[in-house]
Ligand binder design. Sequence first.
Ligand code: ADP
Ligand code: ZN
Length: 215
Amino acid sequence: MNIILLGPPGAGKGTQAARLEKERGMVQLSTGDMLRAAVKAGTPVGLKVKAVMEAGELVSDAIVSALIGERLDGDAANGAIFDGYPRTQAQAEALDVLLRERNRSLDHVIELEVDEAALVDRVTGRFTCAQCGTGYHDRYKLPVVSGVCDVCGSAEFKRRPDDNAETVRTRMSEYRAKTAPILPFYEALGIVQRIDGMAAMDKVSGEIASILDRD
Ligand code: ADP
Ligand code: ZN
């Protein structure tokens, strides 16, 4: 099965993709994670995209589509959850070709609908455990013992450099201008489902599960 999770920054795509990966053995293909890994490793791609990501702008379509293509022939050969990709019409067309070349197709495009005002608040307070990746939030979910990860006990946490109010606003306007307009492309195929991304995380997971189990 190949599905796309679509929604603005902070909509919960990454959280839901990680759950699907754990519960169903699906493979999460997050271009954001791939790019952050490239930046961290200092690869040529990483050096090229660092400033663009920090500004909240989109990196080039060619770079992200190449990253996705590599993974489709690797660990995601049997199915994928696309998270943060495609983000432009050109990427949607590139994905179409990448899948077609491999005799694969999209099963679902799930759009997480969220209230934009709440998103800035969600994104600007979030941080994760540097060891195990568990997510926390300054206002909604602090570790039980201050400064210690509930899950693994690590005292090291990290924040994304692009999770500040100004950059989040740029990311949202990029979403509105370039990503939301690709929905009609998928609507024409009859594969778009919308769910309420403001609901509790478990409720969102339940709704995604019922969409995936329908067929
Ligand atoms: P979020 O959905 O929270 O904004 P991501 O982790 O998906 O975050 O992406 C972080 C940044 O990485 C984006 O702001 C952009 O600079 C870059 N990026 C990720 N995926 C893409 C993509 N498909 N096309 C262009 N740029 C991307
Ligand atoms: Zn941890």
